[in-house]
Ligand binder design. Structure first.
Ligand SMILES: Nc1ncnc2c1ncn2[C@@H]1O[C@H](COP(=O)(O)OP(=O)(O)OP(=O)(O)O)[C@@H](O)[C@H]1O
Length: 271
């Protein structure tokens, strides 16, 4: 894990926060485009001045403060920021898992949400049964279900694990099985919340490779990847940095790395 030197950045350390629920999939919205760098690219995700607050015992706490984010279609985009700055809240608002107080959200295409702790989203005894779980509502023929399950497992290099009991998988294998459960439903956008927090380096690399394989594939899946690990920055096509409920800056991974270095972080890709 990368060492971080300044107090605000030390909060980028792993969170033990967990979210209950399974991967979810929702309906497409309209297409927008934006000028990014020198080219016009279609956007897969756009949040515009999003505000979210939660009720607590001491009144309302505003967590997102007119946060805006744009993610080009077909990209692997990293969202970084100190613990508690609102990354997961922004992701959940994008996924339709909570209702913002104000602002707008656009996600172009069906999207799947994968949570930080795979133990909270793998609910059936075997890998294949779990991957098939979300397909129940589609009323597909058994052959179609099997085909989708096999394809999804192949996409995350888990085709040999179909009959394995879920409890025998490593953390990274569980995350890849959770991703397969979403993929079986054919999403265009993946919202991925700190999937590598509990993983060792091998498992972490396996999960990142699986997601990058999907993004680089013919279906032009877009992945928004929330992380606190600065060493994952070079994997991304683009990145955004949040602080205190706002997206402060968006750019190339190297540009964001330089921004973080100015704040005092030791960023591996700049060494
Ligand atoms: N349902 C909720 N009710 C009340 N407060 C909440 C709720 N969800 C999040 N919060 C608060 O909102 C703030 C932002 O939380 P969030 O999980 O979005 O931050 P984060 O940047 O993802 O942090 P981490 O990196 O630790 O996961 C925190 O102070 C958190 O306690």
């Amino acid at each position: 894990m990368t060492a971080l030197s300044r107090p605000c950045l030390q909060q980028l350390a792993p969170s033990r926060a967990t979210q209950r629920g399974r991967a979810s999939l929702t309906k497409p919205r309209h297409l927008r485009s934006v000028v990014l760098a020198s080219t016009t690219q279609a956007l897969a995700i756009e949040a515009d001045r999003l505000s979210v607050s939660f009720k607590g015992s001491s009144g309302h706490k505003q967590v997102l403060k007119r946060a805006s984010l744009q993610v080009p279609e077909g990209s692997f985009h990293i969202l970084l920021g100190p613990n508690g700055c609102g990354k997961s809240t922004l992701l959940r608002a994008l996924g339709g898992l909570l209702t913002p107080d104000s602002g707008t959200v656009m996600v172009n295409g069906p999207h799947g949400f994968v949570f930080q702790n795979p133990d909270h989203q793998l609910v059936l005894p075997t890998v294949a049964a779990d991957v098939a779980f979300g397909l129940g509502r589609l009323r597909l023929a058994a052959d179609d279900v099997n085909r989708r399950v096999q394809q999804a497992l192949r996409a995350v290099s888990m085709e040999d694990f179909a009959d394995r009991p879920v409890h025998t998988l490593s953390g990274g294998q569980k995350q890849r099985a959770a991703i397969a459960g979403v993929l079986a439903q054919d999403p265009k956008v993946l919202l991925l919340d700190e999937l590598t927090t509990f993983l060792d380096d091998d498992d972490r690399e396996g999960v990142i490779r699986a997601v990058k394989g999907l993004v680089g594939g013919p279906s032009r899946v877009t992945a928004l990847w929330v992380t606190h690990r600065l060493e994952e920055l070079p994997e991304a096509d683009g990145a955004s940095y949040m602080e205190d409920g706002r997206v402060i800056t968006t750019g190339s991974p190297r540009g964001i790395a330089k921004h973080l270095a100015k704040l005092g972080a030791r960023v591996p890709m700049l060494r």
